[in-house]
Design a protein around this ligand. Sequence first.
Ligand SMILES: C[S@@+](CC[C@H](N)C(=O)[O-])C[C@H]1O[C@@H](n2cnc3c(N)ncnc32)[C@H](O)[C@@H]1O
Length: 219
Amino acid sequence: MLMFRMLQLLYGTLVAGRSRSLRVLIPLCGASKDINWLAEQGHCVIGVEFVELACRQFFIDHEIPFVEKAMNKDCTIFKSRDAAKNVTLFCCDFFSADKSIIGAVDAVWDRGSLTSIHPNDRGRYVETICQMLSPSTTYLIETLNYDSSMFGGETTSQYSMQLIVPVAGPPYSLPLDELTSLFAPYNSTVEQLSKHYGTEAWHKRLAATKNVFSITFHA
Ligand SMILES: C[S@@+](CC[C@H](N)C(=O)[O-])C[C@H]1O[C@@H](n2cnc3c(N)ncnc32)[C@H](O)[C@@H]1O
């Protein structure tokens, strides 16, 4: 099943009964079609992506007029000029973004974003995103899970100097227990919403599963 379809299936959970226009963050958004789909639902979509070409491509692909404005030397804003589609893409390194730049966020659609970050940087990613959230923020995340040791590839001493963990990717495998412990310091609970086998050849070879989780934050 396509993940674009997955967003449509889980849309009710993302919105959680709120009828107003939400500020939805898509971290590491690339030129994702999900940006356009969420904007079509009437939401204010905020993306963060450090490849300028991808930011520009999104607006070209969807024929949305836009303006480009340098915020500072490290961040350029790409903003829709179409009143019917409220999209702002921050072209910057995600790790340099914070609430003063992004603003408050009502919902997060994290599709393959945390899993595209090197495992050594996961804690920093979660710390960066959590300071943009409030207890009412809904957070849906799609991850991949596979046995990294089957992949070969590089090794990392991500957890301790003694434990050398083979990793492969991106996308990197992210098991539920690690996801839960990454978000645990932020007073959260993680619930699995869906799980199915990936359809690409390498997914099949490694029996990789695609998983969607809901992360709930508590006051
Ligand atoms: C897997 S891709 C896009 C996933 C996207 N969420 C989707 O649904 O299609 C990951 C994207 O993250 C971007 N990226 C990786 N590291 C980044 C960083 N530190 N800051 C901003 N963007 C980053 C890459 O350029 C790439 O476009």
